[in-house]
Design a protein around this ligand. Structure first.
Ligand SMILES: [Zn+2]
Length: 172
């Protein structure tokens, strides 16, 4: 039986058409009002804005699988702190993270079985085994980079998906 249900993309496009009808223009500027950069996992259970009390315009929010400071997150963090005025960075990983329950080798094997080989496979999936040490490692990458200003306030946290609570990780 053919699937005749609208795709989620079609549904959100319909929403956007209604959104744009009442969009009155914004007075926000590109630099985040509260000078905060949040780096977090993409996990759909975490509503960063609600959990942290952020309004749009308040902060930069970078999300990927695992809340990992990859080369590209580092690139954006350098732009955020140097060009767009952010002064504080929060790294947020979480309980029950999918990247904690797998290994790079296992993922690679599954994907190759499913799709065949890929010349341009991601060099690293950044799977990890222990939550707090993963957070510390991400903060360390930021702290070690000479282009992240030394006076940036860098702090690391875990988010409990069952309670909604953040716990600070001692990052030295
Ligand atoms: Zn996750």
């Amino acid at each position: 039986m053919p699937d005749t249900a609208p795709s989620t993309t079609d549904e959100v496009l319909a929403h956007n058409a209604r959104f744009a009808e009442t969009f009155a223009g914004e007075t926000l500027t590109a630099p985040p009002r509260r000078r905060l950069l949040v780096i977090a996992c993409m996990d759909a259970r975490i509503n960063i804005e609600r959990a942290l009390g952020l309004q749009y315009g308040d902060a930069h929010i970078l999300r990927n699988a695992g809340g990992t400071v990859t080369d590209d997150v580092l690139r954006s963090a350098i732009v955020s702190t140097n060009v767009l005025g952010t002064r504080e960075i929060m790294v947020i990983n979480h309980t029950g993270c999918g990247m904690m329950g797998c290994t790079d080798a296992g993922l690679r094997e599954d994907l190759a079985k499913k799709h065949g080989p890929a010349d341009n496979a991601p060099p690293d999936f950044h799977a990890f085994t222990e939550l707090d040490s993963h957070v510390r490692a991400q903060v360390d990458i930021l702290r070690a980079h000479p282009w992240v200003p030394a006076d940036t306030a860098l702090r690391g946290f875990t988010y409990d998906v069952e309670t909604g609570r953040l716990h600070e990780v001692d990052c030295g």
